[in-house]
Design a protein around this ligand. Sequence first.
Ligand code: SF4
Length: 371
Amino acid sequence: MKVTFPHMGQVYLAIKGLLDDLGIEVVVPPPITEKTLEIGTKLSPEMACLPLKINIGNYVESIQKGADTIIIAGSCGPCRFGYYGVVQKEILKDLGYDVNMIIFDPPNSDYGVFIDKIKKLAGKNSWISVAQAFKRASAIVKEADEMLDIALKKRAREINKGDVDSRLNCFEQEVLSRHGNDEILETIRKYKEILSQVEEKSDVLPLKIGLVGEIYTLIEPYVNLNVEKKLGYLGVEVYRSITLYEWVKLHLSLDVKYRMRHKRILRKAAPYLSLCVGGHAWQTIANTIYYSECGVDGVIQIMPFGCMPEIVAESILPRVYQDYGTPVMTLVVDEMTGEAGYFTRLEAFVDLLEQKRRGRVDGYKEGLFGN
Ligand code: SF4
């Protein structure tokens, strides 16, 4: 069995570590490029969500490198994510790729099915070694997210532009040659230390922007056109509302305290939206309010074109802005999004926030919305 999975930010670190420890051969999908997008766009239905198209591109590239089994996280809907696994399997079958697909639905209500799928993947490994491998893989997710948080803070303050990213590039080169959870974790820790030593300016007060929106678009830099990096270069400190670690804590761990905190934040959205309409729309509203209360200067919602839940959230955000006063901008990405126009919009938003902070915009009334 040669296992692959969709590329999504740094998720490959934990999955590679986990599979290495279980003695399963893994094909890490090549980083997403224009070619990945081109393959996915050509082979997927035109109206499919952008993440699905990119996943298909990932699979084809990994299958060409020998993968015969795909693992993917599932969902019960109500948006199209609930059908991802099934639709993707059918697309691959129509193309003549007869691969095995294991869909891991979050075990929120049915741990039995989840455990059966783990058994299928784990083969002869004992339950103890599976549990230990999972524990170490979740440590990877946690520490990789902490590493990114260090990068987000440093990028907004670095003396030499590019210091943070040159170190992150070295990390990405180095970590791919590591085998197993322990070696990967060790490399992450080494680079956390290296990043912490990046020299920073002492006299800056970066603007603070919170990112909200659809999970895949937020986590995968290729898809969001490196929004974190671009904002960092504009001197902005970025806060991420959705991270891989958060997903693991909410769906795979039994951390009651964390879940209660998450529910408390969700409750903030009650006057506007009080149920899950799919994806992370509920979180988008709740986190926009949470960020406003925390005093960020602005919020950016990012979503793929045609993402139904985020369209619902987008239509509610003007009311949240009216009530809380934190400017919100929505960025929609698809396979045609041009980098130059995207960057111009980010620059304009950051300029506006800077002016607002300096009090130059008297009686500021309108937030920025739409595309
Ligand atoms: S959240 Fe949006 S992009 Fe993701 S599957 Fe649902 S509709 Fe598609």
